[in-house]
Design a protein around this ligand. Structure first.
Ligand code: FAD
Ligand code: SF4
Length: 333
């Protein structure tokens, strides 16, 4: 691993000022914040990330989970994944988030991993993590060997000719279904970004994964007030039962009245280049009977634009079955 400076900025303003000196907040950043380090340190050991300065944000005042005045929830960026998963309000009112968090990584990693770091975790594409290989995300313009190579775990939704990498986060899929808002403090002030606008599609700039600019610090995430009587479910399908990333997953938040679906929020994981909200599935569900026929139509709609690669055609059917099973289980709960 290359040498770097490790700094503990005393307050958010100092952290932002130091990070604003970076040329980019995306791949190749020369200054990086560190939360739990479970993504960043791994990638630094592999020389995929080579920041000259690492700014420890763990002592900044972003470690609280608090109610908001409107009845929602404010989650600090350095809150650990475990603390969020087991928070009583999250377990009671936003259980899709608890379920998604607890199906991610391992207990040890969840005890370290922060909310801000999870939002920005990087793809597990093997070429991205191997500096001996070409990779447009790591080195723009070098090519994408995954398109003709090992792509079994990669994306079938949102891919481009330049990158087909999957976003690997479980937490983000639940947050997409919960329509979370991400709050950012930067050198030009504060701003709030709707969850669906935070991550970027690869297009022809796969090295850009989010809207963050140099100096931008995620301070917290907010969730809207819970919908009374809503049913929450996160289903994750993977090669082994624990400590493995999703091949396909579904986050489902449903309100069902008298057997009819009044409101549906649906997101998919393991299949998209970003956490994949599916408005198509939501339209197919809303106003219709909560039964298998409706669930199948929603799954067809969600995967209609899927473009499988050489090794991952199976994901199209897997993702459909994952969503149908999640909907059926949620509706019956
Ligand atoms: C073996 C293994 C298995 C895993 N399995 C899963 C899994 O099944 N499902 C899953 O979802 N995840 C899994 N993960 C990934 C894990 O969830 C992430 O590594 C973790 O959430 C990252 O959080 P962190 O705080 O450690 O991030 P860090 O490594 O500290 O940071 C990650 C990135 O975010 C940036 N950053 C951190 N905080 C902020 C902030 N507040 N503002 C701006 N930028 C910030 C950092 O600069 C860095 O670029 C696994 C990881 C490992 C190592
Ligand atoms: S899929 Fe993306 S991350 Fe993987 S090799 Fe291609 S460009 Fe790199």
């Amino acid at each position: 691993m290359h040498t770097f400076e490790f700094l503990r900025p005393p307050d958010p303003a100092a952290a932002i000022a130091a990070a604003a000196q970076s040329k980019t907040a995306q791949q190749g950043a020369d200054v990086r914040f560190i939360g739990g380090g479970t993504t960043l340190i791994d990638l630094m050991k592999l020389n995929v990330e080579t920041p000259n300065r690492v700014l420890d944000i763990n002592r900044l005042p972003f470690d609280k989970i608090e109610p908001t005045p409107d009845g929602g929830l404010k989650i600090g960026a350095t809150v650990r994944n475990s603390d969020l998963a087991y928070h009583p309000t999250v377990q009671r009112d936003y259980s899709v988030l608890t379920q998604a968090l607890l199906q991610g990584a391992s207990a040890q990693i969840r005890n370290m991993a922060t909310v801000g770091g999870n939002l920005l975790q990087r793809t597990r594409c093997v070429y991205f993590r191997d500096t001996a290989m070409a990779c447009n995300k790591r080195e723009p313009g070098s090519g994408c060997p995954a398109i003709t190579g090992h792509n079994r775990t990669l994306a079938i939704l949102g891919a481009s000719d330049h990158c087909i990498a999957t976003n690997p986060s479980d937490m983000c899929v639940a947050m997409a279904a919960l329509e979370a808002t991400i709050h950012i403090q930067g050198s030009k002030g504060t701003r709030a970004v709707a969850f669906g606008d935070f991550h970027l599609l690869p297009g022809d700039t796969p090295q850009r994964e989010s809207v963050l600019e140099p100096g931008d610090l995620i301070t917290h995430v907010t969730l809207s007030p819970p919908i009374s009587g809503s049913k929450h479910l996160y289903l994750k399908l993977r090669d082994r039962a624990s400590y493995e990333f999703a091949l396909a997953s579904a986050a489902v938040v449903l309100t069902i009245v008298g057997g009819n679906i009044q409101r549906a929020r649906i997101a998919l994981g393991g299949v998209g280049t970003k956490p994949w909200r599916s408005p198509e599935a939501e339209v197919a569900l809303t106003g219709n009977a909560a039964n298998d026929a409706t669930f199948s139509k929603a799954a067809e709609a969600a995967l209609r634009d899927a473009k499988p690669q050489t090794e991952n055609r199976f994901k199209v059917e897997l993702a459909k079955r994952c969503l149908i099973h999640a909907l059926r289980t949620a509706a019956a709960s």
